[in-house]
Structures are given as structure tokens and as C-alpha cells.
Design a protein around this ligand. Structure first.
Ligand code: MG
Length: 166
């Protein structure tokens, strides 16, 4: 099926995790200083999870819950960059390259702007892609909803996968 796949593929992913005291805040593979972190079985990195789901969506291969079930102790406190790297191998195995990805993180606090470029370079390294193919934007939720009340951080991602041109 994928052998005949020569067309571009787009994917979309979304994730949200609760903020909790006593956890490290990891976003885009980077530890960000904050008094709370995201709760989850793995490191709960919503940026890596949303991007992983976008890539799996582009490949029509399900979601990270199926590939890395939270019931499996193997993924306890897992570094989500490693999950992303495993997901990316599935795209590489199909001879696809990253056209680009665009990610939006919704967090009332902390301020993410100072950390965006480091997150982009970590994702770029993980995917073996130039950093200018990776966009990360951060926004608040204007005090609305779980992100706005500071109860959670969410992220959504789109990606475009391409067959390298000849
Ligand atoms: Mg998640």
C-alpha cells in the first residue's frame, strides 16, 4: 500500500495534559523552569505527542496510544523525544521526508517565547530535518478553559510529509 504512495500526506495531532505540582515541565524535549509539570505516564510532553500523532495521522497508522500504550510499564516516564524518533522511523521507512510542521502550544504560563528556538532545534535534530521546517507558536487561552485557568497545557500540530523530488 505504501509502496505506491507517491502523493504528499498531511497529518494533524492534538494533545492535552494536566499540570501538577512535583512534575518537571517538558515541552518539545526541553525542560522548562516552572513550579508545576505535566501529569502523564510518560514525560507528558504535549508538543512531542501532538507532533507524533500528526505524523502517524499522515501515515494513517493510528495514534501514539496504540503504538506506545500507557498500560505498558516500558513507557513510564519515557522521554517523548524517543517516542517521536520511533514514530519518525515509520515515515523514513516509507521514504518520506518532512515538508514542514506547524505546532501551536496553548499555555497561560509560563512564558514560552524564550524557549521556542531551543524546542525547534531539538525537534529538528530528532527528525533529521532543517530547523526552518519546524514552526512552534505559543499562545495563552485568554483565561478561558482548562489551559486558561492554568489547569492544563495543550498542543496541536499539522505536518506535511513529502516524497523527495528527483
Ligand atoms: Mg499525551
Amino acid at each position: 500500500m505504501f509502496g505506491a504512495m507517491i502523493e504528499p500526506r498531511i497529518g494533524y495531532g492534538y494533545d492535552i495534559h494536566r499540570l501538577k505540582k512535583g512534575r518537571k515541565l517538558i515541552l518539545g524535549g526541553l525542560e522548562i523552569p516552572f513550579e508545576r509539570g505535566l501529569q502523564g505516564h510518560s514525560d507528558a510532553d504535549v508538543v512531542c505527542h501532538a507532533l507524533s500523532d500528526a505524523i502517524l495521522g499522515a501515515l494513517a497508522l493510528g495514534d501514539i496510544g496504540t503504538h506506545f500504550p500507557p498500560s505498558d510499564p516500558k513507557w513510564l516516564n519515557a522521554n517523548s523525544l524517543h517516542l517521536l524518533s520511533d514514530v519518525w522511523k515509520m515515515a523514513e521507512n516509507r521514504q518520506l521526508i518532512l515538508g514542514n510542521t506547524d505546532i501551536t502550544v496553548v499555555a497561560e504560563e509560563p512564558k514560552l517565547a524564550p524557549h521556542i528556538d531551543e524546542m525547534r532545534s531539538r525537534l529538528a535534530k530528532c527528525l533529521g530535518a532543517p530547523v526552518d521546517r519546524i514552526s512552534i507558536k505559543a499562545t495563552t487561552n485568554e483565561g478561558l478553559g482548562p489551559e486558561g485557568r492554568g489547569e492544563a497545557i495543550s498542543a496541536s500540530a499539522v505536518c506535511l510529509l513529502l516524497v523527495p523530488g528527483d
